[in-house]
Design a protein around this ligand. Structure first.
Ligand code: FES
Ligand SMILES: [Fe+2]
Ligand SMILES: [Fe+2]
Length: 767
């Protein structure tokens, strides 16, 4: 293996710049902190909502003093882990500096970074001593892993490890330093560390981007991705030692279990990991068979997973690399077998037991779920597990215990699940909010992003009917609640509003849709929602999420209805207005008028009314949802005022009967429909082929193979039938309200809107 330095390519320019910055703004923890200042009694050492138990039943049972005490131990654990990371990091940087030319800025910077870290570890150690907190040590296993890692790692993963540790701490400490409830000494320590770490983060990022831009062969890429995933997992898992709970006077077993299953703790990790995960994904360091660890660590949110930050497939290049790697491994008993098991796991379908000597299956699209399991369940991994039985696996979580990992066929994120109705709340005379009970084992499957919809399937009048409804709860709640309004002649909406009862079970397809923008707590944006009728449902979820997740952003809602009595969620909107004050402006626009006063206007959402808002030029995102005449009209009015298409997000009602004639399917135009075409497609790793009927929609042909291809609206609205056209030609989409121009340019089509235009076509529903 080569040393870190062999690929150490940072320019002198960057090192010089960082050195100058270090000269201007460096601290001395001995003198720049008032170590004698009295500590503020009962002040937490972390913002309370960042405690690992915040939001759990156990948290509710704790006294205010216990909560503060727990944050003190948790903060001490973070500081102790910080010292551990810094010890590893100093050795990595020193290895890099070992062969450097001592005249270069490059070497001076490396040594400056080591000096900074020396100061930081002293600072954290002094803070522990001053506050009377114990050094919470992580497990022996992580300690040993760190010892091995710092000696063997090479290339970008060295810097990725540094970066993951620094960026997670950075995010945590940014909050600690600005939160006025947090104890002042802790805030000062955090502020010094954040300021100095900014330079280190910058340097590590430059290094990684530079190394990755030079390319590497598949085997090395695989090794780098695997190291990255394992190290990130170890770092985040070791941040809070299980010992903090007993030290805080709690039942350790119960507290560990509560923390591990705490959605709030997962959210915290995802928020702290967001930037670094995004950066590493951009630089191709997230992938390979160990990629599942990113998800398991919760550093990657489900939204990121949805966005494809964990590649859903491993390409043949990776499989070839694995094969090559297996071939050159030394013949240590079990080691080759482990590698082959990984290969076989990649090549085999879900649930199949890999044969020990199986060669990788030749396929261009291979599942990564099984390799992780293949490794975890392989004989060497299990032997390692038995050899480390002395470790407190129950407390730290056992990644290799097959009995605790139910061997379940991985389900398509879009397959149907039976859910019970937990609550029905009447909103107006013709609308209800329905909440579904999501069992624990389906929580991840039904995790949604603000603005997404679910599809409900039920037998109505002896016929199987599917409709999509938007989730109306904020993203933080993860409550599967939808708003349904009865529409004229709408059998399904009438069934939901009039017949559905609490306790009934219906089939539900998990959340989908792209009617949202990424939220970021640093954003300070102005969002506008233009809703009509039940078009409020996704917008309610979006606005509540924006106001909650982005403390510096504001939201303007214009909500059009016939009259006051037909306004859905009136009280909830008023309550949000009260809670967020100036950050949330609401205007109810009533067609029949009859209501005056602030917050009400008569008429419709039209071009004239929109012009002032559009001309202000300060709106970053426009979310439009409602009947097509309203949303299409608003979109045209905004375009006419020069609003960029990228800033306009539009969702139509996706209920048959409300889609206006203009969006109904039209005969294929422009391209000739090809007779006697053959369709090949891949779906969930399976390859299928079918002879198409003349003029048949691609979706219908694919469904005839018996594959459970997702679809919902068949009206170009929900986007669930999306596939990538890899070969051949399809007719132009008759309608498209779901795909962005970029997606269309990249070759995606809605299969419910297209037919064959060449004799042979190939689609990929997994892409
Ligand atoms: S099924 Fe909804 S867009 Fe095709
Ligand atoms: Fe540091
Ligand atoms: Fe650092």
């Amino acid at each position: 293996m080569t040393g870190v330095d062999a690929r150490f390519t940072a320019s002198e320019k960057i090192s010089s710049r960082l050195l100058k910055s270090a000269l201007k703004q460096s601290y001395d923890p001995w003198t720049d902190i008032d170590w004698d200042a009295p500590l503020v009694e009962n002040a937490p050492f972390l913002p309370l909502h960042r405690s690992t138990l915040y939001g759990t039943d156990l948290w509710d049972e704790m006294t205010p003093e216990q909560r503060v005490q727990l944050t003190r131990h948790e903060s001490a654990s973070i500081a102790s882990s910080g010292i551990w990371f810094e010890m590893i990091l100093m050795q990595l940087v020193l290895r890099a500096a070992y062969d450097m030319d001592p005249r270069t800025a490059h070497m001076h910077w490396a040594l400056t970074e080591i000096a900074d870290e020396c100061h930081h570890s002293i600072m954290f150690g002094k803070a522990l001593a001053r506050t009377g907190m114990p050094p919470h040590r992580h497990s022996k296993m992580f300690n040993e892993l760190g010892r091995i890692f710092k000696s063997i790692t090479w290339g970008p993963s060295s810097y990725a490890a540094i970066l993951v540790a620094e960026e997670i701490l950075d995010e945590a400490q940014r909050e600690m330093m600005t939160d006025e409830t947090v104890e002042p000494l802790v805030r000062r320590v955090s502020q010094i560390h954040v300021t100095e770490e900014a330079r280190h983060i910058r340097f590590a990022r430059e290094q990684i981007a530079d190394m990755m831009s030079q390319g590497m062969d598949p085997a090395e890429l695989l090794a780098q991705q695997t190291l990255c995933a394992v190290v990130a997992f170890a770092i985040v898992e070791s941040l809070i030692s299980p010992g903090v709970y007993a030290a805080g006077g709690l039942d350790s077993k119960r507290a560990v279990a509560a923390a591990r299953n705490n959605p709030n703790m997962h959210k915290t990790r995802a928020e702290w990991g967001k930037k670094v995960v995004e950066f590493l994904a951009e630089n191709n360091l997230i992938g390979g068979p160990a990629a599942g660890l990113w998800r398991a660590s919760h550093l990657m949110s489900e939204a990121d997973v949805e966005r494809g930050l964990i590649g859903r497939t491993v390409d043949t290049g990776t499989a070839t690399a694995l094969k090559a790697a297996a071939g050159v491994l030394p013949n240590i008993p079990g080691l080759r077998k482990l590698a082959r098991g990984t290969l076989a796991g990649i090549g085999s379908g879900p649930g199949k037991q890999p044969k020990p000597d199986a060669e990788p299956k030749s396929s261009s699209s291979l599942s990564i779920t099984d390799p992780v399991r293949a490794i975890a369940e392989s004989a060497p991994a299990q032997a390692l597990r038995r050899a480390t039985d002395f470790l407190p696996w129950g407390l730290i979580g056992d990644p290799l215990a097959p009995s605790k990992r139910p061997r379940k066929k991985p389900e398509s994120s879009k397959s149907v699940h039976r859910l019970a109705v937990a609550d029905i709340q009447r909103l107006t005379s013709d609308s209800v909010a329905v909440t579904f009970d999501v069992p624990d084992d389906l929580r991840d499957t039904f995790r949604y992003i603000q603005g997404q919809h679910i599809t409900i399937e039920a037998m109505v009048n002896g016929e199987k009917v599917r409709r999509s409804y938007s989730v109306c709860a904020p993203v933080s709640a993860q409550t599967l609640r939808v708003g349904v309004k009865k529409v004229a002649d709408g059998v399904f909406s009438s069934y939901v509003v009039d017949t559905l009862q609490i306790g009934d079970e219906v089939d539900v397809v998990p959340p989908a849709g792209r009617f949202y923008t990424e939220l970021d707590s640093v954003n300070a944006l102005h969002y506008v929602g233009l809703a009509g009728g039940s078009g409020i449902t996704p917008i309610l979820s979006i606005l509540a999420s924006v106001l909650e997740e982005e403390p510096n952003s504001r939201f303007t809602l214009w909500y059009a209805n016939r009259d006051r009595d037909s306004v859905m969620f009136f009280d909830e909107i008023a309550e949000l207005h009260q809670r967020y004050g100036d950050r949330f402006t609401v205007l109810h626009i009533l067609e029949d008028g009859g209501h005056s006063g602030s917050g009400f206007a008569n008429g419709r959402i039209d071009a004239e009314r929109l012009s002032t808002l559009a001309e202000s030029g300060d709106v970053a995102h426009w979310f439009l949802c409602g009947p097509a005449p309203m949303t299409e009209g608003a979109r045209e009015a905004l375009r006419a005022k020069g609003v960029d298409d990228q800033a306009i997000h539009l969702e139509l009602f996706n209920t048959i009967g409300l889609v206006p004639a203009a969006t109904q399917a039209q005969p294929a135009q422009e391209a000739e429909v090809a007779a006697g075409a053959q369709l090949r497609f891949s779906f969930e790793g399976a390859d299928e082929a079918i002879d198409m009927r003349d003029g048949e929609l691609l979706l219908d042909a694919a469904l005839r193979t018996g594959q459970d291809i997702p679809w919902s609206c068949r009206e170009a609205v929900c986007g669930m039938c999306r596939a990538k056209l890899c070969e051949g030609q399809a007719t132009p989409m008759m309608e498209n309200h779901a795909l962005t121009p970029n997606e269309v340019d990249a070759g995606y089509i809605l299969t419910c809107q297209t037919r064959a235009a060449s004799k042979k076509l190939r689609l990929d529903f997994d892409d």
